[in-house]
Design a protein around this ligand. Sequence first.
Ligand code: ZN
Length: 452
Amino acid sequence: MTYDLVVRGGTIITSDRSVVADVGVRGETIAAIGDRLRGAREIDATGMYVLPGAIDGHVHMRTNRAQDVYDDTFETGTIAAAFGGVTTMVDQAQVEVGTSLSDGLDSRLAEAEASLIDYSVHINVREASLERVAEIPAIAERGFPSFKFFMNYETYALPDEIIFAAMQAVASCGGLAIVHAEHRGVIEELERQNRLAGRTGPEWHLSARPPELEAEATHRALALAQIAGVRLLIFHMTASEALREVRAARARGQEVYGEVCTQYVLLSDADIYDPVSGTALRFSPPLRTPAHQEALWAALADGTLDVISTDHGPRRRVSGPDGQLYTPPGTSGIETRLSLFHTFGVLAGRMSLQRWVDACCTRPAVVCGLPTKGRVDIGYDADLVVFDPEAKLTLSHEVLHSDIDYSTYDGITVQGLPVTTISRGEVLIEDRTLMAAPGRGRLAPRGYPGPL
Ligand SMILES: [Zn+2]
């Protein structure tokens, strides 16, 4: 029996095993795993790892709106993704006040058609109105079951009672509620005090966002989710105090998922300023101390943190009011996640190969409700990555593929690179060369096993 495509002789790494075998693909689907498979086309993966295509559950490509202008378009950002072994991403439809969720979703999906890789979107509800909340079931019915709520930021934050009502609506359709968990009012007061005292440097961005305010908002979101009976994902966790809240919620039986983004694990508050390029990094939540980094590594290893995402949304550097060059919020992470965590996680002994694949490829499919993705198993989409565990690369915006003038991980040398990326049986990248054109990506089917 001949397959359309065979990936031959690699070590298949999944979330629970490592095994040397061939993968046979028929059409867009994995059809066989075995020995001596024959294919119309064969890719030799001897000495390489074969991983499920990675999934990035938290990205922001360019919008056509005035604010939140990210510099990666759906074309450049998804080419960067494919070079990084990412075959599926979940972007966000950031629905503006005065726009229906349905219209906001439609316009985002029209933009996303330029994607090279498969995609879906979380719906970011930004209008504090019960009218918007009432639209949630219809959006879930269309195949978009995840809804994000900001607890911080003057222009986006929703009051607790609206978040709670929205969580009830999400629960009624068996979906996923997502929060950006930071305490709004006290952060704004600390920022006001900094401004008044003329404290404008990058370190004061950190000082206005102490970890306790992330933990407080995490606790509050968990309490609302418990009463609403909804499954909850907490985006970009950074603080050990907030991790404790997740562990306590799990212990009382809540279905809660923790996400961490690359930058919070790889970088600390000591890295906010890059003296080589004169660039300061500005994220919210901010970079934390090395003690928090250690807590995040431990939480990744023990599963308190389910998934690694990137919050990819790079922008060209801008000059701050203090004359300092800043990278605006968001990082250039979509291309570098697998390599960074292979280098500083697996090779450094902080996580197993299995947990690496689980956190980057398999668990995101569970958390984001992507039932055809994330596994090297018969019947799943043939999304595969051939990963060379020996290859080395020093990261910079010049060798990466995002449309930016500074990479968050400039100057870091990684060991382990995706060399070939396959999406639904189609080779997108072969031997680190682009082989397919943007626009072939498809909306990925979504769904959860059922209500809680
Ligand atoms: Zn984000």
